[in-house]
Design a protein. Sequence first.
Length: 462
Amino acid sequence: MRAVRSVIVIGGGISGLAAAWQLRGRADVTVLESHTKVGGKLRTGTIAGITVDEGAESLMALRPEAVELAAAVGLGNALCDPAKAPTTVWTRGALRPLPAGHVMGVPTDPAALAGTGLLSPEGVARVAAEETLPAEPLTGDCSVAGYLTARFGREAVDRLVEPLLGGVYAGRADSLSLRAAMPRIAALAEQGGPLLPALRRTRAAGGPRAAAVAVQGVAGGAGRFPQAVAAACGARILTGTAARSLHRLPGDRWRVQAMTDDGPLTMEADAVVLALPAFAAAELLRPHSPLAEAELSGIAHASTAVVTMAFSRSRAHFLPEGNGFLVPPVDGHTLKAASFLSNKWAWLHAAAPDTFVLRASVGRIGEDDVLARPDRHLVRTAIAELHHAVGPMGEPLAARVTRWDRGLPQYGVGHRDRVARIREAASGLPGLALCGASYEGVGVAACVATGRAAARQVLLAP
Ligand SMILES: Cc1cc2nc3c(=O)[nH]c(=O)nc-3n(C[C@H](O)[C@H](O)[C@H](O)COP(=O)(O)OP(=O)(O)OC[C@H]3O[C@@H](n4cnc5c(N)ncnc54)[C@H](O)[C@@H]3O)c2cc1C
């Protein structure tokens, strides 16, 4: 095994920073980040003088990677649960709770579903009929809609599953992969047999873990997380530094050419970690692996925008309860979700008790026409639809639009095989590893896991 003494991590989002953390004390690490700040999609901004998240606002707590790293870098006391409130869906003219026990919108209990009003009586009956339908074991991959429509009917997919896929992936059930986007459901489908009893058994076996809080926030904003990792990892962090090209050197070393505000920069290291969105990794890999470049370029990305608004509590006509809602595309609204930040996060309410902050999200894959609208148009649309969904709140004190161009990779049918081909192609490049949201999960916890795995990979390079 060759000694890896120096590593360049390209991309200072949470994946790259997790890689740098994993490498601390084992190699001399430099992180190159093109933006003026590290963090990528984890970023805070201010509205009406209040600090809020503009990108990701919560960390998955059902899997340990993100919350463990947050605690390790000194944020343990800042981790906090969201307010207890059901996830609601704005559909059929009202906000309706997702049924207890659902898995990514897939119901486990038709009786509980019936009480929510999410589906018509025929839609609920179709869900209940799933238990009686024969099901061959799933082989290969298929779209989420392809599998779940056959099991539960289109109405369930449209009004239960689509809102969650829109929220997590900004994606659509017709094109997302069952195996990559809903691995828990795919694992049950592989066994064959109806899903409803299998889901109920899994839920019963899950015990307290199944009932545990699914996500946690960070007091002061989840955007503090990458800053804390950057501070604790001991790496040299170069912001405003965009990697432009990669060159292989004799002895399997790497040279990176980058552009900074002060001009070009050239660095060399024993290994590189590409912690970039797939399209950016594809650019750098073009001269080295046409196969990896082609496969990475084949991963589509959805653009989204977050409209954050602050209302005066004393002047608003009305303030909504609950943590927010999801919206199915079938109803034809522009919003895909709203998060009532001041209700959801106690730290935010404590920081700004006189102000009510919420954020609305727009933009799923294929909705570029929505995102082409100017900011003020998106703000007006968000206000109008929020009034429609929850009640007339009046005018905000302040509003801002944060655009996430190509912000969320789409795990299309066959994504896992594509990732295997990318990893196979990259394995022909000693001292190079890939990590980030494009591979094994878009959530922050999955990104931390890929970052740490990439670091281990370069350290173990033969
Ligand atoms: C609006 C939004 C809300 C989300 N909400 C949640 C949530 O609540 N919970 C959750 O778990 N997940 C959420 N996600 C998903 C999650 O935040 C992201 O998938 C994750 O943060 C991606 O991390 P990353 O490090 O892989 O990529 P990124 O955050 O994209 O980081 C990549 C970094 O590379 C930099 N870069 C790009 N090109 C170059 C180059 N050539 N040279 C140097 N640097 C470069 C970029 O500037 C960026 O900082 C959300 C995503 C979005 C867009």
